[in-house]
Design a binder for this molecule. Structure first.
Ligand code: NDP
Length: 315
């Protein structure tokens, strides 16, 4: 073992609302947490604009600013925040577990809190990137409100797309659902809900050729996947709901995950299948995915880690 090994009581991997909340609680419990904040500190909220549904901010707050406040609060209680990546882990055997940061720094951690989040999948067309935050969004619950009374479109045919289309239909005048095949992937109940909502129009066998607009979304050009025919729709908002990818690849082979990579935790706790390893936030939640639920689960993870360490000390 190299002389470079660092012993850490509580290592937090990831820095969204879940990671920072875990850090606040762990630091206040004197676990001397060290956080590896990743390459995009603050996570998904740093790419959103106004956050209006997080309690405590009656006027709303910008996502990046909110994450800055979370970071300051975590630092105030002594969290050691490092701008780097955990690049490999070894959860075999018993804790403390060996992890490698930034390819060459060895860490031995008594407890590990995983808060690596998930990333929204995007279509990958240039206009989507250009208009991101200017009418293009991957979160209807976050941004739907800005399109009250307007026409919008949503791409996807899974449960998320159906749920978000139903949500948008309550706020917007009209919701176009852009579905690439001639059928849904979502559960029957969700599909029924969509089909029975008068202001949702499902456009089957359609893909997005281009999102239109210079400074903000004004429309979309769709292509029929069978005939190649192009058609334009006038919209103010364009939502992408084609799935998320949890950032859990480095834990494969050690932690139990579902078929899409979301970490499994014991219901009602943040405990994974490995002793001393806890998971919180979007890395283990594909259903709610809200800043406030992520923060709540980060609190759970820190409390579980603290109790684990206390029980070990008593043993
Ligand atoms: P899914 O992977 O289930 O669905 C993704 C959808 O996006 C599919 O319909 C897919 O089309 C479509 N899609 C993928 N790529 C593209 C593309 N490039 N262009 C156009 N369309 C594309 O993701 P979800 O986020 O909907 O759901 C993830 C999991 O979470 C599922 O297991 C779901 O059941 C669960 N969930 C449950 C909820 C609940 O129970 N309340 C709520 C939300 C999610 P295609 O069908 O053609 O492949």
């Amino acid at each position: 073992m190299s002389t470079n090994v660092e012993h850490i009581e509580c290592l937090i991997v990831g820095s969204g609302p879940a990671g920072y909340t875990a850090a606040i609680y762990a630091a206040r419990a004197d676990l001397k947490p060290v956080m590896y904040a990743g390459m995009q500190p603050g996570g998904q909220l740093t790419i959103t604009t106004d956050v209006e549904n997080y309690p405590g901010y009656p006027e709303g707050i910008m996502g990046p600013e909110m994450m800055e406040l979370f970071r300051k609060q975590a630092e105030r209680f002594g969290t050691d925040i490092r701008y780097g990546m955990i690049t490999s882990v070894d959860f075999s055997g018993k804790p403390p577990f060996k992890l490698i940061a930034d390819e060459n720094h060895e860490i031995l951690a008594d407890t590990v809190i995983i808060a690596t989040g998930a990333s929204a999948k995007w279509l990958g067309i240039p206009s989507e990137e250009k208009l991101n935050g200017r009418g293009v969004s991957a979160c209807a619950v976050c941004d739907g409100f800005f399109f009250r009374g307007k026409d919008v479109a949503i791409v996807g045919a899974g449960d998320t797309a159906c749920e978000e289309a139903s949500y948008l239909a309550k706020i917007c005048s009209k919701v176009y659902m852009i579905v690439r095949r001639n059928e849904f992937r979502a559960s029957k109940a969700m599909v029924n809900r969509v089909m029975n909502t008068p202001n949702i129009e499902v456009l089957f066998e359609s893909e997005t050729d281009e999102i239109l607009g210079e400074d903000k979304v004004t429309g979309a050009r769709l292509k029929n996947t069978k005939t190649g025919e192009l058609k334009e729709i006038a919209i103010s908002g364009f939502f992408v709901a084609i799935g998320h990818h949890p950032n859990t690849d480095i834990f494969k082979g050690f932690l139990d995950m579902d078929e899409t990579g979301y970490l499994k935790t014991i219901p009602g706790t943040s405990k994974t299948n490995i002793e001393a390893v806890f998971a919180c936030g979007d890395a283990q939640d594909k259903i709610y995915r809200q800043a406030v639920t992520a923060a709540g689960s980060g609190c759970m993870a820190a409390l579980d880690a603290e109790r684990y360490l206390a029980a070990k000390q008593d043993a």
